[in-house]
Design a protein. Structure first.
Length: 360
């Protein structure tokens, strides 16, 4: 399912058109950690800024450079190649009290030199007592430039602000971005073939990645159907919802539906999407939400007995919520485009927000 097939929630508002990622300097990403390194331990947290490389490429080269095992290197999140991204990577050196950190910095930066240009800049080092693992971040800050607008700069700013106001009013569907589905958009289909026994992949990383793209596809399909069936702004009996202040999760009971809808309208709670897999938290059988979620699986003909091959089922916040001032738009007259600055929680995609604004 490609992103253009997904419904917009601001369909009636004109987009600004435009182009993303003309250069890495026009798509800037900075990780926001859950915790700071404590200053002692056998893991070295290395914060770096990279261009023209994805996280896996950097990790592989660092492992080779320092002769580290796969389990000795940790990351909190994966970053794209076509961007300027700052993130922290943990390296387990063990007892490295005598290691020259300045020399390590030079080694890393030299490893990524390309025709005299630094593709990786080391920002800082700090020790910690555990490795970084996926999810060890609050989210990411973005600063993104959109060029080649389909209207004048002033008009584009007005259109963008109208769309942003609508997003602030109703929230943004927390779709997975199209990069999850590969250049040809078929990663999910390859994963589905693995799941249904039509294809075998022996590379563990690739197999896991393709299977996760199936989960991402199903989540997008769930949100799409929820919007098309006008259930995006309404709760269902059996919905698994999340408290926006504490993050607590619970199931909506039919007798409490009216009360919970009022809390939903006040943004005290938000519905969650199923990340299908083993032990998925769901409402009771025969509830509207449970039947809705089961119908999504039927739409792609996944056999329930094969769900065990997916990772454990999770719940993903279905709507991203913003306040006034969370999404900032700035005109750039010299470059004739707009800059967008905003924060997104981990696992959410900047391209999903921008596609709503661009409509392209």
């Amino acid at each position: 399912m490609e992103s253009f097939e997904l419904p917009f929630i601001t369909q009636n508002l004109k987009g600004i058109g435009g182009k993303l990622k003309e250069t890495s300097e026009s798509f800037i990403v900075e990780e926001v950690p859950v915790y700071e390194a404590c200053g002692e331990g056998e893991h070295l947290f290395v914060n770096l800024t990279k261009e023209g490389l994805n996280t896996k490429e950097v990790v592989d080269k660092l492992r080779e450079l320092f002769s580290l095992k796969r389990e000795d290197v940790g990351v909190a999140g994966l970053k794209d190649r076509e961007a300027r991204t700052s993130q922290t990577i943990s390296l387990r050196f063990g007892n490295y009290s005598s290691v020259d950190l300045e020399k390590i910095k030079e080694q890393i930066e030299e490893q990524f030199l390309d025709k005299g240009k630094k593709r990786v800049q080391v920002n800082w080092f700090k020790k910690h007592n555990n490795k970084l693992r996926p999810g060890h971040l609050l989210g990411n800050r973005f600063k993104i430039f959109v060029s080649e607008l389909n209207c004048g700069l002033d008009e584009a700013e007005k259109r963008a602000e109208k769309i942003i106001d609508k997003i602030i009013e109703g929230g943004l569907p927390n779709y997975y971005g199209e990069q999850r589905f590969g250049q040809d958009g078929d990663n999910w289909q390859r994963g589905l073939d693995i799941l249904n026994g039509k294809q075998k992949i022996y590379d563990k990383w690739l197999r896991s990645f393709l299977l996760s793209s199936v989960q991402s596809y199903l989540c997008n399909l769930y949100l799409k159907e929820r919007i098309l069936q006008e259930k995006y702004s309404k709760l269902m009996d059996g919905d698994v919802v999340k408290k926006t202040d504490t993050g607590g999760v619970f199931v909506v009971e039919k007798e409490n539906l009216k009360r919970e809808q009022e809390r939903f309208d006040k943004r005290e709670i938000v519905f969650t999407c199923p990340i299908y897999g083993d032990n998925l938290m769901q409402g009771k059988e025969n509830t509207e939400a449970k039947m809705f979620e089961d119908k999504i699986l039927e739409m792609v003909e996944i056999k329930k007995e094969n769900m065990k091959y997916l990772s454990d089922g999770l719940r993903r916040q279905g709507i991203l919520l913003f306040k006034k001032g969370d999404i900032v738009v700035e005109k750039d007259g010299k470059k004739n485009g707009l800059w967008f600055s905003f924060f997104l929680p981990k696992g959410s995609f900047a391209t999903v927000l921008l596609r709503e604004v661009m409509k392209g």
